[in-house]
Design a protein around this ligand. Sequence first.
Ligand code: PLP
Length: 387
Amino acid sequence: MRKFEFSQNLRRLPPYLFAQIDRQKQELKKNGVKFIDLSIGDPDIPAPKKVIDTLYKCAKLKENQKYALDQGKYELRKAIKAWFKGRFKINLDENREVLPLIGSKEGLVHLPLGFVNKGDYVIIPSPGYPGYRGAAIFSGARSYELPLLEKNNFLPDLDKIPLFVRNKAKIIYLNYPNNPTTALAPVEFLKKLVKFCAKYGIILAYDNAYSEIYFEEKPHSILEVKGAEEIAIEFHSFSKTFSMTGFRIGWACGNKDLINGLLKVKTNIDSGIFGAVQEAGRIALDEEKDYVSNLRKIFKERKNVFVAGLKERGFEGICSQATFYVWAKIPSPFKSSIEFAQHLIKKKRIIATPGVGFGKYGERFIRFALTVDKGILKKAVRLIGGK
Ligand SMILES: Cc1ncc(COP(=O)(O)O)c(C=O)c1O
């Protein structure tokens, strides 16, 4: 039989971390083994009822059953503009500076196709959301892994990026509140970042998927920083703010040429977002202001329970500044994050994500997603700390 080889790009991709963990999970399920899943950032809390009702109602309308506009519905773009103004005090042009996406991942991964040439560098944070690496590879770019170290509060040291990388870099991906480290970016850092990108002509792809999942300090938009509109495109998601992961909707906003380039790429790849999903997103932004404050309360309680439990059991280097993750150092007897994660699966029936899966600088850490209720988290932490 004829054998078709994967493309060079596809062969360059590392195995998608979550797919690997998913296979182990399926295996446990198939064998009827009960486990606690703290691996994937998929909230257990239902999306707002109004959002679901709107989706149902709008799915019945013929206009929504047709191809959608590539640029997204005007009403949705207006709702994004209003939400952004309310949250960050930034005025966006809904026609040229806002672009709805089929989830923020879609836009993040398609962006380099519009701006990167073979041999350019794409700078990706390590540890970082795995989608950025795939984005760099598919565009034919070389990637430069930018370390996010505990000693720097998981912010990158931009001064350490070699000159040849700065000069050949087209895009830098950064994400705060950060997955997986939970770190927040102070405004002083963001100012420095914007200056750096402007100086070297690097596109700043600022991933703000967790902008609303915070506990004390409110995260910033990069577009609050003077000059950012010249070089930045920011990504937002309905997935975490409104627990709408399966709906597949997000948006990009910022520099109009970057938005236009991304739109051109998308026009050639997808044919817009299902109209009823767009309506559901619009309702979420317009009418569900209290939903996310309640979500924050729930995640804060979970975080407090889980972090206290880990501390009692001697865990160190625990970070839980924002997002619904806890990032912690693996206990000393374990040699690697994979070894510890495998121990948790095999001996404790708990699934967590080994830090190295987010890049080599994530080694020696583990990520727990607080996407199960408080009672289960209490049980999980007891199991994790037990001999
Ligand atoms: C940092 C980060 N960016 C983007 C995404 C993708 O989110 P979406 O569901 O909007 O595609 C995720 C999802 O986990 C994420 O953690």
